[in-house]
Design a protein. Structure first.
Length: 362
């Protein structure tokens, strides 16, 4: 009787060996596996294209700039263990908020008008964001919209005119010439896009220590969940602020900080699929340079998933305050401090620069 199971091999082995599969069964298993892989691949492809197809694109931002004497990327040294040190550049992104008076969106895939038309919009806010190569720190530096700078091909003007005169490409060239920092990517959002972005997060929680005014809105001291429209009014207010655009910059950076902390505390960036979902929601409002593809977007999201919000510094480019150029009220940047400040910014050594020069310098 024992030979029926053990010797003939028609049933399981008495030692727990594997059953012999019929060729047809193997074929069915292989076919099922192939179908599963194909369906999975289609699902991933759909996820990717659901983002790629909805991200607003700025064409030709960096085209032709290589012949304009662009600065080289600064190298940062990270790690000092037994494996030795690794040299790598960080990542710098130029973020612009445009003040287009268009009644319809101009950025993102919601756009019904071009992101740039000659003379139609200026960069209402302009910030350089730098992620250190080890992704342990980040710097967000505002360049005042009224900063008096040299715009290549046009002479001296307020920095926000660069976008109006030549779009994202001239804006990049102007900021690179001013700071000697190489810009890797560009992101642009208009007022419509800001409202969409905030609403896609379910609103934004802000705390006011004192009575706060924004257009026709007034909030008493306390914590509030603001809608996209309320945030728009909060960051665009200027006339009622004692320090004008400098107070406005503080509000803009406060909102940017709150958005970043909201994403990080939700752990959205810790899961690539969640990152894709978030990117899909934000894609309707923001336009980025064509070089910032889906692979780079996901890589960036994953790389900053452990970045502690307290290690993100928000600063303003060193300046001498408000002055005049003819009949124009402008901001004069501190030419003596600018070079060292941005060299430290790009090399990941900004804390050291601030220690030497004082936080009030920026």
């Amino acid at each position: 009787m024992s030979g029926i199971n053990g010797a003939n091999g028609s049933g399981p082995s008495p030692l727990g060996g594997a059953r012999r599969h019929h060729p047809r069964r193997l074929l069915r298993l292989a076919t099922a596996a192939a179908v599963f892989v194909a369906v999975s691949a289609l699902g991933v492809t759909w996820l990717i294209w659901s983002v790629v197809g909805n991200v607003g694109r700025l064409e030709g931002v960096f085209a032709g700039l290589e012949n304009t004497g662009r600065p080289a990327a600064a190298i940062q040294v990270i790690g000092a263990g037994e494996a030795g040190e690794t040299a790598a550049p960080g990542t710098t992104i130029l973020v612009a908020g445009t003040d287009s008076r268009s009644p319809v969106p101009t950025t993102g895939t919601d756009a019904l008008a071009p992101a740039w038309q000659y003379g139609a919009q200026r960069s209402d806010s302009l910030m350089l964001v730098h992620l250190t190569s080890d992704r342990q720190r980040a710097y967000v530096v505002a360049i005042p919209r009224d900063a008096w700078v040299e715009i290549p091909g046009f002479g001296q003007a307020k920095v926000n005119a660069a976008y109006s005169l030549g779009g994202p490409s001239l804006m990049v060239r102007t900021v690179e010439q001013l700071t000697d920092v190489r810009i890797d990517h560009v992101a642009v959002v208009d007022w419509h896009g800001l409202v969409t972005l905030i609403d896609s997060l379910g609103g934004l929680e802000l705390t006011f220590a004192d009575t706060t005014v924004a257009r026709d809105r007034v909030w008493g001291p306390g914590t509030y969940l603001l809608s996209g429209a309320e945030v728009r009014d909060y960051v665009s207010e200027r006339l009622s602020l004692p320090n004008g655009d400098f107070d406005r910059i503080e509000r803009q950076q406060e909102v940017l900080r709150a958005i970043g902390e909201e994403l990080l505390t939700r752990n959205v960036l810790g899961d690539p699929l969640s990152a894709l979902s978030s990117a899909r929601a934000a894609a309707r409002s923001v336009s980025v340079d064509e070089g910032l593809g889906i692979t780079e977007m996901v890589r960036l999201a994953i790389s900053v998933r452990n970045l502690d919000p307290v290690r993100v510094r928000y600063l303003t480019a060193p300046n001498l305050g408000i002055g005049w150029e003819g009949d124009q009220s402008v901001v004069h940047l501190d030419a003596d401090a600018l070079g060292g400040f941005f060299a430290a910014f790009e090399s990941g050594q900004l804390e050291r620069w601030l220690t030497e020069h004082g936080d009030s310098a920026a």
